[in-house]
Design a protein around this ligand. Structure first.
Ligand code: PMP
Length: 400
């Protein structure tokens, strides 16, 4: 990893070592190039990022408007958040997954899932401890491990193994030193989902080696072809070994609102809340009220949203098939994971698609070394634009 900061001036301001080991934001460069292309007047179709494109449902926005004038919310909220919000997430998990959680002891409210996913490494890794991380995977896992001074051991997610980690290939020494592991299904970036049996294997593996499991369920609501993604917490024994991270960002198009949760193991939740007591005083009460409305109000918007992503997936994969780009259709999340044609690296292909088709995709290498050989597209434009992106790419003649 390269240092992220470098400056010179007469007065020496020297960041702490840990700031210098933070991973570089790989995609910043791509965003810059895409913006430059747009500024030059090209009609760029940006499928490179993971930002939900639809608005938050109106009843949730109204709940914030109604809550905003309430003087109760103008004061400091309780440190770990309002009980009504913890009860709302518990109710949703009961209804959707049949999982019973204690709102006071088994729920931590987070400033978005991202915050919790970075915090958990600081909570459970001592310098030198191993953290098992999926490769390819969501880069924020790396940031937390770096900040904690931990050592990452990557678990390759290979197409030949349905993009699931193979626990039998982890060396006994690494398994012994591991204190924490991340898993993430529906998966970013591969768009794979995981069967219940995978979570059973995970629980057995974690129990055997004393590893805390962090199941990132950010795309938990988004499963296709009538298959509802399985929650880690549905499996017996899950709560003994770990927690699940859930977020309102994707399920309710609330990425800008910054509301997430950690759910499950009482001791893990206690430690996360302890760390947060030192960093924050929970979210603005009005946002907590609107978040509770999202979780307990009508859920038809969620079903409709999944339908929209599924139609987009069908439109995109249909168009990709017509241009000869063969790929495994996404099972969940709002991404498509596409193999790079021979003769290109993922970064070279992403550059070519930007410069010659004005289509932005994320090169797989940005998600880890096992991401090489793929690019990720987001299903975050309407069907016409997705089809147009594929048609523009088709004109380059890469798949004949
Ligand atoms: N996990 C994964 C895999 C994600 O893709 C994201 C968002 N891009 C998050 C967690 C975090 O989402 P948020 O911080 O908005 O809750």
């Amino acid at each position: 990893m390269k240092p992220t900061t470098a400056r010179t001036s007469a007065f020496p301001i020297v960041p702490a070592q840990r700031m210098q080991t933070l991973p570089v934001q790989f995609f910043a460069n791509l965003v810059k190039k895409a913006n430059a292309r747009t500024a030059e007047g090209y009609d760029v179709i940006n499928l490179g990022q993971g930002n939900p494109d639809r608005p938050t449902p109106a009843h949730i926005v109204s709940a914030l408007q109604e809550a905003a004038p309430n003087p109760l919310y103008h004061r400091y909220p309780p440190f770990s958040g309002f009980g009504f919000l913890k009860e709302a997430i518990v109710k949703r998990y009961k209804e959707d997954y049949g999982v019973t959680l204690d709102p006071e002891k088994e729920v931590a409210i987070l400033f978005g899932g991202k915050t919790g996913l970075v915090e958990i490494s600081q909570c459970f890794l001592n310098p030198g401890d191993v953290c098992l991380v999926p490769d390819p995977g969501y880069p924020d896992y790396w940031s937390g491990v770096e900040l904690a001074g931990g050592r990452m051991v990557f678990m390759p997610l290979l197409e030949s193994n349905a993009f699931l980690p193979d626990y039998s290939s982890i060396s006994p020494l690494d398994a012994e030193k591991a204190k924490l592991m991340f898993i993430n299904y529906p998966n970013n970036p591969t768009a794979a989902t995981a069967p219940a049996s995978f979570y059973e294997d995970t629980i057995r593996f974690a129990e055997k080696h004393g590893i805390v499991v962090a199941s990132d369920f950010a795309y938990g609501a988004v499963g296709f072809d009538g298959k509802r993604p399985v929650s880690f917490l549905e499996l017996p024994g899950a709560k003994e070994v770990g927690v699940e991270f859930y977020t309102l960002s994707k399920t309710y198009n609330m990425a800008g609102w910054r509301v997430g949760f950690a759910l499950g193991n009482e001791e893990v939740i206690r430690v996360i809340n302890l760390m947060q007591d030192h960093y924050y005083v929970s979210l603005f009460g009005g946002i907590q009220a609107a978040a509770a409305e999202a979780l307990t109000g009508p859920q038809d918007g969620v079903r409709e949203l999944v339908g929209v992503y599924e139609s987009r997936r069908n439109a995109l994969f249909g168009a990709l098939d017509r241009i000869g780009w063969k790929a495994t259709p996404s099972q969940g999340s709002f991404f498509a994971w596409l193999p790079v044609p021979k003769g290109y690296s993922s970064a070279e292909l992403a550059d070519k698609l930007l410069m010659e088709a004005n289509v932005v995709v994320a090169p797989g290498i940005g998600f880890g070394t096992s991401g090489e050989g793929y690019v990720r597209m987001g299903l975050l434009s309407n069907e016409d634009r997705l089809v147009e992106a594929a048609e523009r790419i088709g004109k380059l003649g890469l798949f004949r």
